[in-house]
Design a protein around this ligand. Structure first.
Ligand code: SF4
Length: 172
């Protein structure tokens, strides 16, 4: 015990200054633009229901990153919800595994209108790395009508924000 204490006193306090980490200026600008558009067109927050149709998990990691304290997408008026009945947007990841096709269709049907589908990641666009696999239907567009796509494998939070901004910009 004394030896541990002596070693600790000899080494001193091992710590370093915590640096402030923040998102890029472009992310902040895009977010502010999105926030104004959401208030103008919806008069409240935009609610998103996310469905994973068989992804590798990395697209979800980036979506979760967008909600962490650095990117904090919620401050721009984006909210993720558990029920499709509360959702404006269906955000879909993964290559549309056959056993998820019906669940995806039913989730979409449970949403109130107007409703929009955004695919996230290359797999959701055309199967990506899982294209032509026996367990995939091909792409999400064959199951539900897709309004916008977020490219990438996986997409960065800025790309996610940018795609939502472009979609909201097109809504009357
Ligand atoms: S697009 Fe890439 S990161 Fe996203 S689910 Fe497919 S393989 Fe994974």
């Amino acid at each position: 015990m004394m030896r541990i204490l002596w070693n600790s006193l000899k080494k001193g306090i091992l710590s370093k200054k915590i640096e402030k980490v923040s998102a890029s200026p472009r992310y902040e600008e895009t977010g502010e633009e999105l926030r104004s558009l959401i208030i103008k067109k919806f008069g409240r927050s935009l609610h998103i229901r996310e469905v994973d149709t068989g992804s590798c998990g990395a697209c979800e990691s980036e979506i979760i990153s967008a909600t962490n304290p650095i990117y904090d997408i919620q401050r721009f008026g984006i909210d993720f919800v558990a029920s499709p009945r509360h959702a404006d947007v269906l955000l879909v990841t993964g290559p549309a595994a056959r056993n998820m096709a019906l669940a995806l269709k039913r989730t979409y049907e449970a949403m109130p209108g107007p409703k929009f589908v955004i695919t996230c990641g290359d797999c959701a666009l055309n199967g990506g790395a899982f294209k032509d696999s026996y367990y995939c239907t091909g792409d999400i567009g064959r199951i539900v009508h897709v309004a916008a796509h977020i490219p990438g494998c996986p997409p960065h939070p800025l790309t996610i924000l940018d795609a939502i901004l472009r979609l909201i910009g097109r809504i009357d």
